[in-house]
Design a protein around this ligand. Structure first.
Ligand code: F3S
Length: 304
């Protein structure tokens, strides 16, 4: 069996930066509280918890003397305001690419333009973006979220007035690149006054492109990452279009039987997957291969 690991697998710049910030604060002896888990990886979150990092849902829960950390996904403007009002010590680990989206949301809505967001409306990043849109006079709300070209089609059909209105369109940083292209084509056909912003993060685009290239050659893909990680789920989806794909959070979840009969396995990992988890999965895969070579009959593969 051949194994090839994607060069881009693992931590992106924004996640690495946020985790480093928390680790540094803990080393300095600060009482750190993150607003939600710092990243969508339970193993790393547990490790930080053991070092004393607390997790809260709202600034209200941060005890006095504590330092609140805003994670890379960012938060709505109202949360920043609450932190300021409470006089809390705050470290902002919002990824600069997400912060850029916040600026676009604020500026476009300030000009009176309606913001359309391609993404998952329940994801904290998208909730954060919506929370930077200013109310637009005369509009019920200034933003709408769609998760794919189909949902966008329904929105456009329900709002024929958008054909002439000032519309601005952005994407969640981890949105699927090819779906985004489809959405832009549809918007340009219908909305004559649409401004579009390519806000998919380069780290996401590179990971998806490399994963697809690998999935086209492999007969099995292993995507390593948290079950609640949006960018990891996107990697699984783009790979699944080309070959059998399994998403595993840890080595225990590896599909042992499928690996024993696979010939070429591609491996990639989400932007929030720590290097030690990737290493652990690769070591376990190597053990499975070794066991398969030593006990070929168990695979049922006629080539052995
Ligand atoms: Fe930032 Fe892109 Fe990572 S937006 S958090 S560098 S996936």
């Amino acid at each position: 069996m051949k194994i090839e690991v994607a060069k881009t697998a693992g931590f992106c710049f924004g996640v690495d930066r946020a985790v480093e910030m928390v680790s540094k604060l803990l080393q300095e002896g600060r009482r750190v509280y993150t607003l939600g888990p710092i990243i969508h990886n339970p193993q790393l979150v547990r490790k930080l918890e053991m070092q004393g990092c607390g997790i809260v849902d709202t600034p209200e829960e941060v005890p006095s003397g504590g330092t609140v950390v805003i994670r890379s996904h960012g938060v709505p403007a109202a949360v920043f305001e609450e932190i300021r009002t409470r006089g809390l010590d705050c470290v902002d680990a919002t990824c600069p690419f997400v912060a850029k989206l916040h600026r676009i949301a604020w500026e476009e809505s300030r000009k009176g333009r309606i913001l359309l967001i391609a993404g998952d409306e329940n994801h904290p990043e998208v909730r954060g973006i919506c929370g930077h849109v200013l109310p637009i006079a005369g509009e019920i709300r200034g933003w709408f979220v769609f998760k794919n070209a189909e949902e966008l089609g329904v929105l456009l059909a329900n709002h024929p007035e958008w054909g002439q209105k000032s519309i601005s369109v952005v994407a969640q940083t981890t949105f699927n690149v090819s779906e985004w292209k489809k959405c832009l084509q549809n918007i340009k056909k219908v909305c004559t006054n649409a401004a579009t912003f390519d806000t998919i993060c380069n780290a996401t685009a590179l990971r998806q492109t490399e994963a697809v290239e690998l999935a086209k050659r492999a007969d099995q893909m292993i995507v390593i990452g948290g079950h609640h990680s949006s960018n990891t789920a996107k990697l699984r989806d783009v790979c699944a279009a080309f070959c059998k794909t399994d998403l595993v959070e840890t080595a225990d979840e590896l599909p042992v039987e499928a690996l024993r009969t696979a010939h070429f396995v591609g491996v990639t990992a989400g932007a929030s997957t720590p290097a030690d988890i990737i290493k652990e999965v690769l070591v376990t895969m190597a053990e499975i291969i070794e066991d398969t070579i030593q006990n070929p009959a168990e695979t049922g593969d006629p080539n052995f």
